[in-house]
Structures are given as structure tokens and as C-alpha cells.
Design a protein around this ligand. Structure first.
Ligand code: APR
Ligand code: PHB
Length: 389
């Protein structure tokens, strides 16, 4: 098989890139190691920046997002007994849209099916070859047979554990990593959310986040120990702990119910530089991970593939400038989102080694935010998303 652009991974990065390329008339094939159902079973964050919404619209995949997404003009922070509303619209003129990543993926899958561009699910042993020359290809196994996909470019949208980044020769890549000493225990339930807007809470017992997918579906998180196992957390134990961590008025409104999904995610910051090696490009989680505080993961993946789709369209239009600048342009935005996610995580969580000084620093930071429009604006403009650059 031969195509123009071979994409590894059918997560949001791979599928959105496929949709943008399709829009530009560029032929592409997606290879995914899992089944479509497995990909749709993963629950991730649910806050979209304007840049991501615009790209989904440009790709022609925003019909459901535009009717079912919930525009949020602000969010709340709770710090012990104190509260602060970050008025995104007043501070930046922008807002975010709450719409689950699972739904984004579902919309992208349906759009791809209609476009007729091929997706090979359950492709095993995918490996990129020859990307230091002009004729890269992917080898893989599918339907019990060895297969080859030739392409002009290979794009690694295969997430943090993918093969594309690891296929790059040692020494050509510099990685940066920070692991946080806690995880997030998440629970999804068909119960009305406790609040109209998200609440990010710093409490003595640890961080909590009250989020949602719709007016009928809530998503909550609790900071937990890295040693915790999800089986140790009954739904009752989760709801009891959430009630202790929510501000009193929100706790009084909490409606509980059986969980639809419950899982623990570790928190990590990670960047691989550069994001291009010859004819192999990395995008999304394959190149960088942010901790979920601020929900930048999907948004960064979207901005990477927005830049890449533009760069590839320029290539087929006769200019190398876009692909030559992709890594530098993407990384400039990535590092700013890394900084913001690290900062927001550092402010809102209990750190085992923080000590009294660390806690006073968090309190002073929150106090400063409360009293400074400049500080709130800095938070708000990062939260709604920095320009594509
Ligand atoms: N071969 C083929 N596919 C692979 C391989 C492989 N060797 N390794 C991983 N994949 C697939 C995974 O099964 C997954 O479906 O690549 C896809 C990567 O998808 P994501 O992990 O969702 O990454 P990405 O598309 O970059 O999404 C970025 O979505 O997943 C969240 O936290 C992430 O919010 C971030 C955003
Ligand atoms: C979510 O709804 O899952 C969510 C929202 C905001 C975040 C992280 C996750 O910062």
C-alpha cells in the first residue's frame, strides 16, 4: 500500500491530523494497534481551548461539539476556606468549551469513516523505517500477514508509549521529565454536576477537581497516593472523600450514584526534542506529556497537528518552510503549556516533601492571585490557550 502521509495512532492527534489532511486533499492512512472500541473506552480530560475548537471546525468535525459542548466563561478555585472565580471572559475575552475527549474521538472516527480514508485497527508490530531518507515506510502485521505502507512522511501520533519516538536513533533526541509524587483518581457518573463551573480545590487532604461532561454527567478527581489501587476505592469511599474535600456549599449539592468509570492516572511532565527527524514527525503525547491540571493534553495535541497539517499542505504546494519550522514552532507552544501545567499542579496539590515553607508559598501565591488582576490574567490567558504562534 502507498499513501502520502502515514499516521501511527488513532487517538485524537492522529485522527484530527487525518481529518485536516483530508480537508487539504492529502491522502493519508492511519494505523492503530488497538480496536476502535478500546480507543473509545479511554476517558480523558474534557476542556477544549478556542484553538482546538477552531481546528475541529476547520476539519468539519464540530457539528456535535457546537450543539452539545458547554461554553464556560470562568472556573472556580477553592483554597482551604477561600474561593476565587477566574472570570475567563472578562480577563481575556475568551472562553473554553467543556466537551469530553471521548466524544471528540467518536466524532473524528465517524468523520473518518465518512471520508473513506483508511484506518487499520489492530495493526500489530508497527515499525517505521527509512525516515532518514526520502522513502520512509511502515511495516506491520494485520490479518495474520506482514504488510508494508509506503509514504512520503510518517507521523508518530502514537502516544507516550508508542514506537515512533523510540525508533529515533539514540543521541538524536533529548528528553526532559518530571514525575509527580501522587496520582489522580477519577470517577465518572451519571449525576448532575455539583456546580455550573469547574472547581479546582486545594485542601489539607489533597487536591480535588469537580468537572463534568454534560448537565447530567459529572467527572470528579481526587489526588491520591501512587501506591493506591483503584480496587481499594469503592464508589462510597470516593464520594465520602470528595465530600470532605469540596467547599461546603458544593458538598451540600453533591449527588452521588454508581460510577461508570474509575481509574488512577500518574502525573508526569515530559518533552522530547526535537519533534522531527528527517521524514518522521512526532505530535501529541508521543512528543510531550503534561499533568492534567489545566487540561492541556488534548489541546496541545490539536495545536501540534494544526501546525503539521499546514506544514504538509505547504510541502505539497512546493515549499519546505513549514516542515522545516514545525518542531521549533510546536515546541515554543509546548514549553509554555508545560510551564503552565507544572505551575498549576504545583499550586494546587499537597506535596509530601513540601513542608511548612512550601505550603506558605502556595498560600502566598493564592493570596496574590486573589488580589491581582495581572496575576489572574496570566492564569486566564494560559487556561484559555495561548495563540498558535
Ligand atoms: N502502533 C500503533 N498504534 C499505537 C502504537 C503502536 N505501536 N502505540 C500506541 N498506539 C496508539 C494508541 O493505542 C492510541 O490509540 O496511538 C494512540 C495514541 O493516542 P493518545 O494516547 O490518545 O495520544 P494523542 O492522540 O497524542 O492524544 C493526546 O489525548 O490521549 C490523550 O492524554 C492525551 O490528552 C492527550 C491527548
Ligand atoms: C476533566 O473534565 O476531565 C478535566 C477538566 C479539567 C482539567 C482536567 C480534567 O484540568
Amino acid at each position: 500500500m502507498r499513501t502520502q502521509v502515514a499516521i501511527v495512532g488513532a487517538g485524537p492527534a492522529g485522527l484530527l491530523l487525518g481529518a485536516l489532511l483530508h480537508r487539504a486533499g492529502i491522502d493519508n492512512v492511519v494505523l492503530e494497534q488497538r480496536s476502535a472500541d478500546y480507543v473509545l473506552g479511554r476517558i480523558r480530560a474534557g476542556v477544549l481551548e478556542q484553538v482546538a475548537v477552531d481546528l475541529l471546525r476547520e476539519a468539519g468535525v464540530a457539528a456535535r461539539l457546537d450543539t452539545q459542548g458547554l461554553p464556560h466563561a470562568g472556573f472556580e478555585m477553592a483554597f482551604g476556606e477561600r474561593r476565587l472565580r477566574i472570570d475567563l471572559r472578562a480577563l481575556t475575552g475568551k472562553q473554553v468549551v467543556v466537551y469530553g475527549q471521548t466524544e471528540v474521538t467518536r466524532d473524528l472516527m465517524e468523520h473518518r469513516r465518512q471520508s473513506g480514508r483508511p484506518t487499520v485497527y489492530e495493526a500489530e508490530n508497527v515499525h517505521p523505517h527509512g525516515f532518514d531518507g526520502e522513502q520512509p515506510h511502515l511495516s506491520y502485521r494485520h490479518g495474520g500477514a506482514e504488510q508494508h505502507l509506503q509514504a512520503d512522511f510518517v507521523i508518530g501520533c502514537d502516544g507516550f508509549h508508542g514506537v515512533c519516538r523510540t525508533a529515533v536513533p539514540a543521541g538524536a533526541l533529548t528528553t526532559f521529565e518530571k514525575i509527580y509524587p501522587f496520582g489522580w483518581l477519577g470517577l465518572l457518573a451519571d449525576t448532575p454536576p455539583v456546580n455550573e463551573e469547574l472547581i479546582y480545590g486545594h485542601t489539607e487532604r489533597g487536591f480535588t477537581l469537580a468537572s463534568m461532561r454534560s448537565h447530567e454527567r459529572s467527572r470528579y478527581y481526587l489526588q491520591c497516593s501512587l501506591d493506591d489501587r483503584v480496587e481499594q476505592w469503592s464508589d462510597d469511599a470516593f464520594w465520602a472523600e470528595l465530600r470532605r474535600r469540596l467547599p461546603a456549599d458544593a458538598a451540600a449539592r453533591l449527588v452521588t450514584g454508581p460510577s461508570i468509570e474509575k481509574s488512577i492516572a500518574p502525573l508526569r511532565s515530559f518533552v522530547a526534542e526535537p519533534m522531527r527527524f528527517g521524514r518522521l514527525f512526532l505530535a501529541g503525547d508521543a512528543a510531550h506529556i503534561v499533568p492534567p491540571t489545566g487540561a492541556k493534553g488534548l489541546n496541545l495535541a490539536a495545536s501540534d497537528v494544526g501546525l503539521l497539517a499546514q506544514a504538509l499542505a505547504e510541502f505539497y504546494g512546493g515549499s519546505l518552510a513549514g516542515i522545516d519550522h514545525y518542531s521549533q514552532r510546536a515546541l515554543a507552544r509546548v514549553w509554555k503549556a508545560e510551564r503552565f501545567s507544572w505551575w498549576f499542579t504545583s499550586l494546587m496539590h499537597q506535596f509530601p516533601d513540601n513542608g511548612g515553607f512550601g505550603l506558605r508559598m502556595q498560600q502566598a501565591e493564592f493570596d496574590y492571585l486573589c488580589g491581582s488582576v495581572a496575576a489572574q490574567t496570566a492564569l486566564a490567558e494560559n487556561y484559555v490557550g495561548l495563540p498558535l504562534g
